[in-house]
Design a protein around this ligand. Structure first.
Ligand SMILES: NC(=O)c1ccc[n+]([C@@H]2O[C@H](COP(=O)([O-])OP(=O)(O)OC[C@H]3O[C@@H](n4cnc5c(N)ncnc54)[C@H](OP(=O)(O)O)[C@@H]3O)[C@@H](O)[C@H]2O)c1
Length: 328
């Protein structure tokens, strides 16, 4: 039976996204076949589509999904046909009705978490997990500490606001409109800054009594880089984990001394979920945060899989808040 999948033949704009018929075979060793109930939409899909993160062509897209396991290959012990499952995983290919993929990063989805929520939270929630639990300044973070989180009304951002509240952190969130700033505050940030109208680094100094924050989580890149460095306390950490506004410009390491012996890291989720054991441990933490109600997953918009180009246009135009899903 033919399935549907989104492919690009060349990098470019949303018009490159084509829904085509594909054959989905049987899973090989270490693989599963999954039928998607919902597919996640992530900013990394834009980097894949426009060539910022080049893929061998033609390429399938999508890194996050949820559905029902249809078949498992040799050596897969943690899943069986009929299991509800969700994942954030390489390689791209989640924008599809069904697919064959490595089983390593696919986790059983707890019954109390819906497929849509699963598809909306795995990549974004596991990212917040490794950021707030493992991407830490010297000495870690303690309740009451200030952190700065950019694009705080986005998919990753709204999860971070709530998770930080659960940890007792004072999260200063930036966002691109007054409405988004309101949402950031409603989701647990202690402060919100509209970085399209305000000098966020100056506001951060005001809020922190001149000291700066222990850590900045920056997924905006080019537009915020300088201000992020200027927002750090001495020995602070800048975690640059995305580049929605364009790549971070080249910089001299001497800058890190001038800003107060600060640290910079450029982490990616895929280093953290390199093994099944690590993925399961992070997933268990995320499932617990969601099932306990400490983190809610806001699905702002649902698109038919066939309308994937519209979803990409909305994401790039900063029209979305929280998560969005594609429905096959
Ligand atoms: N390294 C990792 O492991 C990892 C994992 C997951 C996600 N990420 C990164 O985290 C970020 C958030 O991902 P997401 O999927 O949840 O997306 P998102 O936050 O829902 O969307 C991106 C947001 O970035 C902000 N932004 C600022 N300047 C922008 C510009 N010039 N163009 C477009 N958007 C701009 C917008 O919010 P405002 O309007 O409020 O500015 C926009 O809503 C992305 O940069 C993504 O690549 C990294």
């Amino acid at each position: 039976m033919k399935e549907k999948a989104v492919v690009i033949d060349a990098p470019g704009g949303p018009e490159q996204l084509k829904l085509v018929d594909v054959d989905v075979g049987a899973p090989g060793p270490g693989e599963i076949r999954i039928r998607h109930e919902a597919c996640g939409l992530n900013y990394i899909d834009v980097y894949h589509r426009n060539g910022s993160y080049p893929l061998p062509l033609p390429a399938r897209l999508g890194m996050e999904g949820a559905g029902v396991v249809e078949a498992v290959g040799e050596g897969v012990n943690h899943l069986k046909p009929g299991d509800r499952a969700a994942y954030a995983s390489q390689p791209p290919g989640a924008y599809a009705t069904a697919r064959v993929m490595p089983a390593k990063c696919v986790l059983k989805l707890p019954d109390e978490i819906s497929f849509e929520t699963g598809a909306a939270m795995m990549l974004k929630g596991l990212t917040v997990q490794y950021l707030l639990r493992k991407t830490l300044p010297q000495g870690g973070l303690q309740a009451g500490d200030f952190v700065l989180f950019h694009a705080a009304a986005g998919g990753v951002g709204l999860i971070a606001c709530q998770w930080a509240r659960a940890l007792g952190l004072q999260l200063i969130g930036t966002a691109g409109s007054a409405e988004k700033c309101q949402l950031v505050l409603e989701n647990g940030a202690t402060h919100a800054i509209n970085y399209r109208g305000e000098d966020f680094a100056a506001r951060v100094r005001d809020i922190t009594g001149g000291r700066g924050v222990k850590v900045v989580y920056d997924s905006v890149g080019a537009d915020t880089w300088e201000g992020s460095l200027n927002s750090l306390a001495p020995f602070g950490l800048l975690a640059s984990f995305g580049a929605a506004s364009g790549p971070v410009p080249p910089f001299s390491v001497g800058t890190l001394a001038a800003k107060g012996s600060v640290y910079v890291t450029r982490p990616t989720l895929f280093t953290h979920i390199a093994t099944h054991e690590a993925t399961q441990a992070m997933g268990d933490d995320l499932f617990e945060m969601v099932a306990s109600g400490q983190v809610g997953i806001r699905i702002d918009k649902r698109y038919a899989l066939a309308d994937v180009a519209e979803a990409h246009r909305d994401l790039e135009a900063r029209r979305l808040v929280g998560s969005a899903v594609l429905l096959p």
